[in-house]
Ligand binder design. Structure first.
Ligand code: FE2
Length: 185
């Protein structure tokens, strides 16, 4: 727990990125369904909180400083990730394609993080250049994050909510015959 001082907005978000990368790599190495279930849940919770503070506070504050196309893609990438997060939260280790869903989520997040952190051109770099008050934003985000963490600890994670996806129904076709994941063999 960082008790020292509240980080600026970008340091806070980058620390979140590093934490979730670490959880994904732990999941990759994990053995045993209980351990995997705990890690998957932790990953989903962290990501839900992260998307909420970005969407509620960070993205609206930097809109204008950051190219519109890049901002739009950020929201859509979040929504794409939420679909997988919802799938993972509904499933459990041992389910067909469970590990694959976690692994594809990890790849999506890697891409998203790259777009945010890209030197010179990423969302963070553009926000910095645009003169956004990152200290004030950091404080607001840290407070909201603490609030969400407490709420999640009490009542479980909130259901992820999309912001750009319209809730269009997707049909469920016949699943491919499951061949089994190659992990743990
Ligand atoms: Fe993000």
């Amino acid at each position: 727990m960082a008790k020292e001082k509240t980080p600026d907005a970008i340091s806070l978000l980058k620390a979140d990125h590093r934490a979730v990368e670490e959880l994904f790599s732990k999941f990759e190495k994990a053995r045993g369904d209980d351990r995997k279930a705990a890690l998957a849940k932790q990953i989903c919770n962290e990501l839900i909180i992260h998307t909420i503070i970005e969407e509620e506070i960070f993205y609206p504050a930097v809109r204008g400083a950051v190219e519109d196309d890049l901002m739009d893609e950020s929201y859509v990438e979040h929504d794409g990730a939420k679909v997988l997060i919802a799938e993972i939260l509904m499933g459990k280790p041992g389910d067909d394609f469970f590990d694959a869903k976690v692994s594809v989520l990890s790849e999506e997040i890697k891409h998203h993080v790259k777009e945010e952190e890209k030197p010179g051109k990423g969302v963070f770099a553009q926000a910095k250049k645009g003169g956004v008050d990152l200290m004030a934003l950091g404080q607001e985000m840290a407070a909201r994050k603490a609030e969400l963490k407490q709420a999640f600890a009490q009542d479980g994670a909130a259901q992820p909510q999309t912001r750009t996806f319209t809730g269009a129904k997707i049909g469920r076709g016949t699943p491919p015959a499951y061949q089994g994941a190659a992990t743990g063999m």
